[in-house]
Design a protein around this ligand. Structure first.
Ligand code: HEM
Length: 240
């Protein structure tokens, strides 16, 4: 009964809310479809947190996606022990980047007075959830080797069975508790996804890499303009 609730009902509820919620939010609350940058309020800790976090999460996410989409490819790669070791160690290294970055980001949000004002409950919920998820992931990587192989052979078929609308929970029910918690936390993240700033992932500005960069040209002498007695300071233009 509990297994059915956690590994059948929860995934379907999470995926439905995700689908309806992200579309609804995109259509009606477009302004909130953003990472809502806080760089203007605090930049130094943001840099040390957000860079390792994002590089780590993107690699870890793509790793999970690959094992889900091409499990046979992962098993073929892992058939040589050295390649298995390279894959596992790379995964763990990037997961540790996520962990360090996320701890910094969370600490920053909880301690900086300016950030506290703009941090809402969902900002905290999602960062705590991600932290739990990453800690569980690292725990699995260290304690239940070799995850890339047993994910491809046991968990990938379970996930596919969910999408084929024919859920098969036998393998997942036999997994250790830590793995079960990792799966449950993943579906909880999917469930709350539309109500958090994570929606920015769906509108990643990839076009920035090929669009022409923006040029900012000063039409005046900066030192003159900044003098207190300059006419700029006495009569600032209306659009400033
Ligand atoms: C290509 C994909 C992504 C891009 C381009 C991107 C970009 C950004 C940007 C620009 C910020 C704002 C940083 C600032 O405050 O100035 C941000 C914040 C954030 N991103 Fe991403 N992101 C991506 C993927 C992800 C993914 C996959 C996750 C998690 C699953 C994620 C989680 C977060 C979180 C939690 C924050 C808030 C950090 C904080 O301010 O405490 N991002 N992202």
């Amino acid at each position: 009964m509990l297994n059915n609730f956690l590994f059948v009902a929860l995934p379907y509820a999470a995926l439905s809310v995700f689908l309806v919620g992200t579309i609804f939010k995109y259509r009606s609350l477009k302004f909130q479809y953003s990472s809502l940058s806080s760089q203007f309020l605090e930049g130094n800790r943001l840099f040390w947190g957000v860079i390792p976090f994002h590089w780590g999460i993107l690699v870890v996410f793509l790793g999970h996606l690959t094992a889900f989409l091409v499990p046979r490819g992962i098993l073929a790669w892992n058939s040589r022990p050295l390649r298995l070791l390279i894959l596992e160690m790379t995964g763990l290294a990037f997961a540790l980047c996520v962990l360090v970055g996320l701890v910094l980001l969370l600490y920053r949000r909880l301690t900086n007075e300016r950030l506290k004002v703009v941090t809402n409950r969902m900002d905290q919920v999602i960062e705590w959830l991600l932290l739990v998820q990453v800690v569980l992931g690292c725990w699995i990587a260290v304690g239940y080797r070799w995850g890339s192989s047993w994910f491809a052979s046991d968990l990938s078929p379970y996930l596919w069975s969910i999408f084929r609308l024919d859920p098969q929970t036998t393998a997942v029910s036999a997994m250790p508790l830590v793995v079960k918690l990792h799966i449950i936390a993943a579906f909880l993240i999917v469930l709350v996804f539309p109500f958090t700033r994570l929606v920015h992932f769906l509108v990643a500005p990839f076009h920035y890499t090929w669009r022409p960069y923006q040029r900012v040209i000063w039409h005046w002498d900066r030192r003159t303009v900044r003098r207190p007695e300059s006419s700029w300071n006495q009569h600032p233009p209306r659009n400033n």
